[in-house]
Design a protein around this ligand. Structure first.
Ligand SMILES: N[C@@H](CCC(=O)N[C@@H](CS)C(=O)NCC(=O)O)C(=O)O
Length: 334
């Protein structure tokens, strides 16, 4: 038994690097274990679900799913807290984390598997980390297989011919808003990282490693680039900022992509409830269409959890006013 936590993950997995950055920030003794052919049987002892990351605790318990992992670790290692001190700040950080995990992942996944250059780059990196010792020929064969499989899995995140342009516009708009918000501050809620930073960074950092979104981020996003680097080894540089000072640039992000995500997630939950196999929703005058099935159940579950968190602070006047002004309230108070 190890006296350290062990994180089984991969650099190409946004949820894995999110958890790794959290452990680094908190100074929790841990080992990063690349999930590969060599570590597979050890990983499988802990992975109840075939996903990464999986965390093995020093007591040999298994943790999965990045949000509950961070919540469990916050309870064990409360300082330095990743939650802004007010009810409104804390919930907005939780909301942005949910947005990042569920919608930011659509950006990342879509770009990664939409074009040959990105497909090739990601498949090659996945193979290099899974089987570093295999011959070039074996690696090339496996990369082809991964590429073929992943390209056919756009439906998992709702990436298809009808949503491709929507997702790419949403990414550009999202990073434009992020860039403005990060001007003059190190992290989303001030000078120390919040839950929202870990979630959003995992997705944006991974997008930055892919050729097409990476080229976008390299052109004209210096604040975001600085944050991408900073979040690899996040440090407390100061305190959380007063919400009033954050709102002029945070509200546009909430009113823009976060509200659209909530409208989508609400429609997704309703489609599942009615047993529909497809969903169509109007998002600010643009039609979103996708199939609905197993993977979408996860979004309905996390929306329910977000609504539960909101209900805990539901009578906070400051929070309600912000969510109301940005068009988010109707999807949370449901
Ligand atoms: N909600 C989960 C999502 C984890 C997830 O989807 N992981 C992906 C990689 S980022 C995965 O493991 N896919 C299957 C695989 O790589 O074997 C979390 O937050 O941890």
């Amino acid at each position: 038994m190890s006296d350290r936590y062990r994180i089984f993950g991969a650099e190409v997995s946004p949820y894995s690097v999110k958890v790794r950055s959290y452990f680094r920030y908190k100074g929790i003794p841990h080992e990063w274990i690349v999930r590969s052919m060599a570590t597979m049987s050890e990983y499988q002892k802990y992975a109840k679900l075939p996903i990464i990351p999986a965390v093995a605790t020093p007591q040999d318990e298994a943790l999965q799913d990045s949000t509950p992992i961070l919540e469990a670790m916050e309870a064990r290692f409360p300082e330095p807290s990743i939650h802004p001190p007010t009810a409104a700040g804390r919930f907005l950080s939780e909301l942005i984390e949910e947005f990042a995990d569920e919608w930011g992942n659509k950006w990342m996944f879509h770009f990664r598997w939409a074009r040959p250059a990105d497909q090739e780059s990601a498949a090659a990196r996945i193979v290099a980390s899974m089987m570093p010792d295999a011959s070039e020929e074996e690696q090339a064969k496996m990369a082809d297989g991964i590429r073929e499989r992943m390209v056919s899995r756009g439906w998992v995140v709702g990436s298809n011919e009808k949503t491709a342009a929507f997702l790419e516009d949403s990414f550009r708009n999202g990073v434009d808003l992020l860039e403005r918000h990060l001007a003059g501050r190190s992290y989303l809620f001030g000078d120390r990282p919040a839950l929202a930073d870990f979630g959003l960074w995992g997705q944006i950092y991974n997008a930055w490693t892919d050729p097409t979104p990476g080229a976008i981020l390299e052109q004209g996003y210096p604040n975001t680039r600085g944050w991408i680097d900073r979040m690899l080894e996040p440090k407390q540089e100061g305190e959380f900022a007063d919400l009033d000072g954050l709102l002029p640039t945070l509200e546009p992000l909430l009113r823009g992509e976060v509200r659209l995500f909530l409208a989508w997630s609400d429609a997704n939950a309703k489609a599942l409830e009615s047993g529909a196999e497809e969903m169509t929703v109007d998002l600010d005058g643009k039609t979103w269409w996708q199939t609905v099935g197993g993977p979408q159940k996860y979004h309905a579950k996390t929306l329910k959890e977000l609504r539960r968190k909101f209900a805990e602070h539901g009578d906070d006047a400051e929070l309600r006013a912000i969510l109301d002004r940005t068009g988010c309230l109707e999807f949370l108070a449901a």
